[in-house]
Design a protein around this ligand. Structure first.
Ligand code: JFZ
Length: 448
């Protein structure tokens, strides 16, 4: 008996040792000053979520013009900076927003806490230019955070490094094209460090979505220092690649491991296929980031195909809404999001917790994979037969319409063929292919 027990404890000890020794594999950046670690467990959870809600909101919604950018452009600086005195979104209901988010099949939120216009949407200790000074007064950010906690939604915050109103930030409106004599980054950096510390410690944000890093006053050294400062406050947060200077224009792809940031952020476009590095496309449901009356809204087809091409390319989609000045999300935007959610209720298993590929997305096909399954999304597909390349050394065991009938397929050499039943009356035909082996081992396949 003693021998059995000692064997058991030895085995248990060795297993636990092995578990302990498995390094927390981190994509880290070795820089002369420091090593930057990404919480891989949190990153995987974020990537598995695939679909989030971006929210651009502030007193500028009273004008229906673009947040930050319309200051000193369509709206005079004087008028823009006094809008907060009328900002009273009495119909704001955080639970309603988060229910809309969940009904869309979204799993996380990124909310603009302070955009380039310098207005803070929470009662920050570091500025009087905040929600506390409005007729509304209430802490919108805390209400959102509590609603996220209540409904199991990951809470994330957008924060602009540039601040075209703050006298300590060297550039001003319109669009950062003017210079302030009062500019002093040595005073400005403690301000943004103090504010972001509040977002981490008081609101427990899990995502710090930076922006406004592209201007000259913000340097690579400042970006590295800021990233390290923030991770020093909480190692278990994700910080995008706009904290530093690694974003290549609107591409958003972190160019190398030289720059800080846990994931890349292509903007207003589906990111380039990449299943080896984390990325998220941020795209507006309308044209403008902030609310605009009668703005052109994307069709369900465009929204759905954007999601499929993004996830099929290995990324997340952060789809943006701009709430109205009364605090509601426009009913037509709510409806579009609900339509997205209805599709995801039926086919979400082919989206969540998958990996992009193996086919690089094109105009009519996107794909994902999980365990021994490959999912194909045929977008607006008019033909009755599918003929695509397929690795001859991977054995297909089954092929079916996801949630529907089995398909007769033929796998000959490097070719897979199957007939589709009579025209599906859906925008997307979703196919599940079961294979013998792990679908993630399949090399990327280019469809010309
Ligand atoms: C930025 C913001 O300016 C924009 O308002 C929104 O918040 C988006 C998510 O992020 O978009 C940019 C960033 C940089 C440029 C243009 C738009 N640029 O350098 O021209």
């Amino acid at each position: 008996m003693k021998i059995i027990l000692s064997l058991f404890f030895t085995a248990f000890f060795l297993i636990s040792l092995a578990q302990k020794e498995v390094p927390e594999t981190s994509r880290s950046i070795n820089n002369s000053q420091a090593v930057f670690e990404t919480d891989q467990q949190l990153l995987k959870k974020f990537q598995d979520m695939k679909f989030g809600m971006f929210v651009h909101w502030g007193p500028v919604s009273l004008k229906g013009t673009e947040i930050g950018w319309s200051r000193g452009n369509q709206v005079s600086i004087e008028e823009y900076d006094n809008l907060y005195k009328q900002f009273n979104p009495t119909k704001f209901n955080a639970d309603e927003w988060i229910k809309t988010l969940k009904d869309a099949g979204m799993k996380y939120i990124v909310f603009t806490t302070r955009h380039h216009d310098g207005f803070s949407m929470w009662p920050t200790e570091y500025s009087d230019y905040s929600i506390a000074a409005t007729p509304y007064k209430k802490d919108i950010l805390m209400e959102l955070k509590k609603a996220c906690d209540k409904y199991g939604i990951m809470f994330g915050t957008y924060y602009s490094i540039c601040d075209w109103k703050n006298l300590d930030y060297p550039l001003g409106s319109p669009g950062g094209r003017t210079k302030k004599e009062t500019g002093n980054m040595e005073k400005f950096i403690p301000f943004i460090k103090g504010q972001t510390k509040e977002l981490i410690e008081k609101y427990n944000t899990k995502i710090l979505w930076f922006d406004g890093e592209w201007e000259a006053p913000w340097t690579h050294e400042m970006g590295l220092d800021f990233y390290q400062y923030l991770k020093g406050l909480n190692q278990h947060i994700l910080i995008n690649n706009r904290v530093d200077k690694g974003r290549k224009g609107m591409e958003g792809i972190t160019i190398s491991k030289e720059f800080a940031g846990d994931y890349a952020t292509p903007e207003q476009r589906v990111g380039t296929y990449n299943v080896d590095a984390p990325w998220e496309s941020c795209i507006t449901i309308c044209k403008q980031w902030a609310w605009k009356p009668n703005d052109k809204m994307k069709s369900l087809e465009e929204c759905l195909f954007t999601l499929l091409k993004t996830v099929g390319g290995g990324g997340n989609l952060l789809l943006n809404v701009g709430p109205m000045p009364d605090g509601r999300i426009e009913p037509r935007q709510v409806e579009r999001l609900k339509e997205m959610g209805n599709w995801l209720k039926k086919y979400g298993e082919a989206i969540y917790r998958t990996v992009g590929g193996p086919y690089k997305p094109n105009e009519w096909l996107a794909s994902t994979r999980k365990e021994n399954n490959i999912y194909l999304f045929l977008m607006d597909f008019k033909k009755s037969e599918v003929r695509i390349p397929f690795p001859s050394d991977v054995k297909i065991e089954n092929c079916k319409i996801l949630g529907g009938e089995k398909l007769v397929f033929k796998q000959t050499g490097e070719l897979l063929q199957f007939e589709l039943p009579a025209k599906q009356n859906e925008l997307v035909t979703t196919i599940e292919i079961n294979i013998d082996g792990s679908a993630e081992d399949i090399e990327t396949i280019n469809l010309n």
